[in-house]
Write a protein that binds this ligand. Structure first.
Ligand code: SF4
Length: 428
């Protein structure tokens, strides 16, 4: 979501004749788009601001801005740590940027943080997309789930869906520009439409509408909340040939007591049921997940349940993190249950090792199979050009074929598997 916001910010700035530079020190305006999901990300943002603050001493015309979740959460407090900052704007204030930029260009110090989104048609604003074949489209922002460890409902607010017409128009624009894959984004993407009070506006129906657009392209959607994956959504994925057979479904813990403590609205058994339903329907599907090691009060046996779940569910890949207490959250107040840092990080290491084994096992299943891939970029080494591509199920596939270009689709027979990727040969 942050990357998509950044593309929107760059698009708005381009209307002001700002040109992006790779050399930070050359910039007249520096903006950091922050994430506060873990303390480490917030610390990194403040450390970057510290470096930029020193540059401002030798270049007083330099403007510095912070946005994203740290800005939304810390508001004016940012100035205590970085008094030289010109602009602080929140996650709901991106579309007010034209006004805000004018103010800081007039040397005003601005803090624009609202809890309500700026109402607008997002298609009225230019977007400069970073990737050449894959474009992100946010379809719902915010979250109503209040997992006890998560700061998102406080920084991104409650769920707000965009209307289907606006999304379909954005998709058509993207495809006309030559993009070959669209990824529908939401903190809780399967909740799409629930706030719009129209039972026909659902993720499943949006997929069906997008699938009708002419042309060869693919559609993905992330991130799914386990208990919000409906049979209708699974049916839509099945019916729509352009929708990738790939699900990212964070489980967070393999233990039902910990899931309850996390305020996740499903049990271990219910999660297993959803995975089995999806695997039965799509034999070559990839299912990826997220896990937290060392949630407050987690016992060794409860952590072991997480390791077992990765094996039993044959998960294809998982994002992992050690528990990091966040301000405002319920779990952040469970201080007496916090695990020592060394215990959390030792568990994280074991979780990462389990993830590596699971990925390799999952990749090895594809040796000898044929996958349809989309070429995302090329790399050259010793005169050999390798195509870096992604299969429908999100597996990364490298292969050599001098007749193909970035943006081409191809069928590839998998010949070798490594932990994080596959190698193959084009099928002619
Ligand atoms: S569902 Fe995801 S975004 Fe929402 S509160 Fe839980 S972890 Fe955070």
């Amino acid at each position: 979501m942050n990357k998509s916001d950044t593309e929107r910010i760059i698009g708005i700035l381009s209307e002001f004749d700002y040109i992006e530079t790779d050399i930070e020190k050359d910039a007249d305006l520096l903006i950091i788009n922050t994430c506060s999901i873990r303390q480490l990300s917030a610390d990194k943002a403040y450390s970057k601001l510290g470096v930029w603050g020193k540059w401002k001493k030798s270049n007083p015309n330099l403007k510095i801005a912070i946005c994203g979740c740290v800005a939304q959460q810390d508001k004016e407090k940012v100035r205590k740590r970085a008094p030289y900052i010109d602009l602080i704007f929140g996650t709901h204030n991106i579309y007010e940027l034209p006004e805000l930029i004018k103010k800081i260009e007039d040397n005003e110090k601005v803090c624009a943080i609202t809890n309500k989104p700026f109402v607008c048609n997002q298609n009225d604003f230019k977007i400069i997309r970073k990737k050449s074949v894959n474009a992100w489209i946010p379809i719902i922002e915010g979250c109503n789930n209040f997992c006890t460890y998560c700061v998102v409902p406080f920084t991104r607010g409650r769920e707000r869906s965009r209307y289907p017409d606006e999304i379909i128009q954005e998709a058509k624009n993207i495809l006309n520009e030559g993009f070959k894959e669209i990824t529908l984004l939401g903190q809780n993407v399967d909740s799409y439409g629930k706030d719009l009070n129209d039972k026909n506006i659902t993720l499943a129906n949006l997929l069906r509408e997008l699938n009708k657009i002419d042309g060869e392209f693919r559609i993905r959607f992330v991130t799914s909340y386990p208990s919000d994956i409906t049979d209708d959504l699974i049916n839509a994925v099945d019916e729509c040939e352009k929708v990738c057979k790939y699900f990212h479904i964070p489980m967070q813990s393999g233990n039902s007591r910990i899931l309850k403590e996390m305020n996740r609205h499903y049990t271990k058994e219910q999660y297993y049921e959803i995975v089995s339903k999806i695997r039965n329907r799509f034999p070559d599907v990839a299912i990826t997940s997220d896990f937290i090691a060392g949630f407050p009060g987690e016992t060794e046996q409860e952590f072991q349940d997480t390791l077992d779940a990765i094996d039993e569910l044959e998960l294809d890949y998982s994002n992992t993190a050690a528990y990091s207490p966040r301000e405002f959250t319920k779990a952040g107040k469970m201080v007496d249950k916090f695990l020592p840092e060394d215990v959390k990080y030792e568990r994280l290491e074991r979780l990462n090792e389990k993830n590596r084994q699971a990925c390799l096992k999952s990749n090895e299943k594809f040796i000898g199979k044929e996958l349809k891939v989309l070429v995302e970029d090329k790399t050259e080494k010793d005169g050999i050009i390798t195509l870096n591509s992604r299969a429908d199920n999100n597996k990364i596939v490298h292969f050599v074929d001098n007749s193909l270009n970035v943006g081409d689709f191809a069928n590839v027979k998998i010949t070798k598997a490594q932990t994080w990727c596959l190698y193959g040969e084009p099928v002619v």
